[in-house]
Write a protein that binds this ligand. Structure first.
Ligand code: MV4
Length: 451
C-alpha cells in the first residue's frame, strides 16, 4: 500500500494531488524551488524539501535532488503531475530502480508514445484511423517532396519528437516544402535532440478532441469520454470542455472504443489520453498519446464524478479498476479556462506581486490555484496561475456559470488573460459550438482593457 507520495511538480497540480492524497490519508512530500518557498502547495504538504535554485534545471528537472528527497522522507511513490519529468522515461526508470512506484505507465511505453513516428506505427498496427501520411522518418527535403507527391497537398510537416506544434508547419506546395523542411528539422534537432521529420495530409479546420482512458495492471481499461480542446493559442490550450459540442453519440462511442484498442495494443497502464483530430464529417484521426495526467483533467472529473488522481494512485498501488465501462456514466457539461499571468493583448508574461485575489464561489464552481492573495508570480515558470472549472446540467448552463464566475474573478497586482477569457466565452460562435482550432485567430479581438 502507498503511504507517502512525493509530488515531483509545483503549482496548481501539486495542490490538486495533495488534496486527493489527504482524502486517501496518504502523506505527502512537496519538493520546491527557492522561488516557490511561499507557494500554497508547499504549505499544504505534510513535509517539504528545498530542491535548490529557481531555475527548473536546479529544481523540478533535477532528478538527483528529487531522488534524494524521496529517500530522505522515505516515500513509497512519486507522482510526476504534468510537464517537467512526467513523460521522461529515464526518470520513471530511476524511480523503479530506487524501489519507488512511479505513478504512471511503464518507462518503455512513455518512450514509445513520446516518438510521434513510433506511436503512429503502433496505432496503425492496432487498427486506429491515422491521418494519411508517411509513418517513417524523412531524411531530407527531396524525400519529403516525393512523399508529399504521393499524399497530395496541403500537407502538415511534423517533427517525430515534436510537441506543442514545435517543428510543425502547414505546407501547400513543393516550393514551400523545400523551404520549410530544413528550418523545421533544425528546430526539432535543437529543441528535442531529434531531427526526424514526417508528413501527413493536412486536415483543414480540424477540432482537437481527446479521449481520457484508465487502465489497470490486469488488462482492464475504460474510457471516460472526450474533452474538446480546440480553443488554443500557439498550441497552448486556453479553454477545454466535456463533452464536445460537436460529436454525435456514434462518433463518441467509436472514438472511445478506438482508444481502448490502443490501450490494449500497447499494454498501457494508469491514466492516459489519446488525442485525435476530427474533421467536419466527424471522421477522426489519431494524433498522439499523452502518458500523463493532463492539465484539463478536471472537466472529465466533473462529468463522470471520478477523481482521476485517486484512480491513478489506486492503479499504481496494484488495485483492479473498481468499475467497468457500463458503470462509467456521464452527466452535465463542464468547462475549464486556464488563467495566465499575461497581458491579454501582447500575451507577454506578467510576473509580479498579487495584491488581492477575489474568487467566485458557488456549487458549480471549482478552483485549482497555484497562488494566494499575496503571491509573487515568478518569471521562472509557466505563467498559468490558476484554472477555473464550472459545471452545468447543459452546455448553455455551463456557459452562463462561466460568464458569472469570470465576472466575479478578480486578481489585482498583475495582468491576466481574464478579459480574453470573458470575450471567448461570450462570443456567439462559442455558444454555437463553432470551436475549431482557428477560433482565436477568427474571433478574438485584442485592444482589451488590461485590468
Ligand atoms: C495537425 C493538424 C491538421 N492536420 N495535423 C499537432 C500538434 C497539436 N498540438 C496540433 N496539431 C495539429 N496537427 C494534420 N495532419 C492540426 C493540428 C492542430 C493545430 C494546428 C495548428 C494550429 C492549431 C492547432 C490546434 C490543434 C490542432
Amino acid at each position: 500500500m502507498i503511504e507517502k507520495i512525493l509530488i515531483a511538480n509545483r503549482g496548481e497540480i501539486a495542490s490538486r494531488i495533495i488534496r486527493t492524497c489527504k482524502k486517501m490519508e496518504i502523506r505527502t512530500v512537496a519538493v520546491h524551488s527557492e522561488a516557490d518557498s511561499d507557494a500554497p502547495f508547499v504549505k499544504e504538504a505534510d513535509e517539504a524539501f528545498l530542491l535548490g535554485g529557481s531555475k527548473v534545471q536546479e529544481s523540478y528537472l533535477n532528478i538527483e535532488r528529487i531522488m534524494e528527497a524521496a529517500k530522505t522522507f522515505k516515500c513509497d511513490a512519486i507522482h510526476p503531475g504534468y510537464g517537467f519529468l512526467s513523460e521522461n522515461r529515464e526518470f520513471a526508470e530511476i524511480c523503479e530502480k530506487e524501489g519507488l512506484i512511479f505513478i504512471g505507465p511503464k518507462p518503455e511505453v512513455i518512450e514509445k508514445m513520446g516518438n510521434k513516428v513510433e506511436s503512429r506505427k503502433t496505432m496503425e498496427q492496432a487498427g486506429l484511423p491515422l491521418v494519411p501520411g508517411i509513418s517513417k522518418p524523412l531524411e531530407n527535403a527531396e524525400e519529403a517532396i516525393r512523399a508529399a507527391e504521393s499524399i497530395g497537398y496541403p500537407i502538415m510537416l511534423k517533427a517525430s519528437a515534436g510537441g506543442g506544434g514545435i517543428g510543425m508547419q502547414a505546407v501547400s506546395d513543393e516550393a514551400e516544402l523545400r523551404k520549410a523542411f530544413e528550418g523545421n528539422q533544425k528546430r526539432a534537432l535543437m529543441f528535442f535532440g531529434n531531427g526526424d521529420m514526417f508528413i501527413e495530409k493536412r486536415i483543414v479546420k480540424p477540432r482537437h478532441i481527446e479521449i481520457q482512458v484508465l487502465a489497470d495492471h490486469y488488462g482492464e481499461s475504460v474510457y471516460l469520454w472526450e474533452r474538446e480542446c480546440s480553443i488554443q493559442r500557439r498550441h497552448q490550450k486556453v479553454l477545454e470542455e466535456a463533452p464536445s459540442p460537436f460529436l454525435n453519440e456514434v462518433t463518441r462511442q467509436k472514438m472511445g472504443e478506438a482508444a481502448l484498442k490502443a490501450v490494449q495494443a500497447i499494454g498501457y497502464t494508469n491514466a492516459g489520453t489519446l488525442e485525435f483530430l476530427v474533421d467536419e464529417n466527424q471522421d477522426f484521426f489519431f494524433l498522439e498519446m499523452n502518458t500523463r495526467l493532463q492539465v484539463e483533467h478536471p472537466v472529465t472529473e466533473e462529468i463522470t464524478g471520478l477523481d482521476l488522481v485517486e484512480q491513478q494512485i489506486l492503479i499504481a498501488s496494484g488495485e483492479k479498476l473498481a468499475f467497468t465501462q457500463q458503470d462509467v456514466k456521464r452527466s452535465g457539461h463542464a468547462i475549464e479556462v486556464r488563467i495566465y499571468a499575461e497581458d491579454p493583448n501582447t500575451f507577454f508574461p506578467s510576473p509580479g506581486k498579487i495584491t488581492d485575489l477575489k474568487l467566485p464561489e458557488g456549487n458549480n464552481v471549482r478552483h485549482e490555484l497555484a497562488i494566494h492573495s499575496a503571491s509573487i508570480v515568478s518569471p521562472f515558470y509557466d505563467p498559468m496561475i490558476a484554472k477555473l472549472v464550472v459545471k452545468g446540467a447543459s452546455r448553455n448552463e455551463a456557459i452562463e456559470e462561466m460568464k458569472d464566475a469570470l465576472d466575479n474573478y478578480e486578481i489585482t497586482g498583475i495582468k491576466t488573460n481574464i478579459p480574453m477569457l470573458k470575450q471567448i466565452i461570450s462570443h456567439e460562435a462559442f455558444a454555437n459550438g463553432d470551436t475549431t482550432t482557428d477560433y482565436i485567430e477568427k474571433y478574438y479581438k485584442k485592444s482589451l482593457p488590461t485590468t
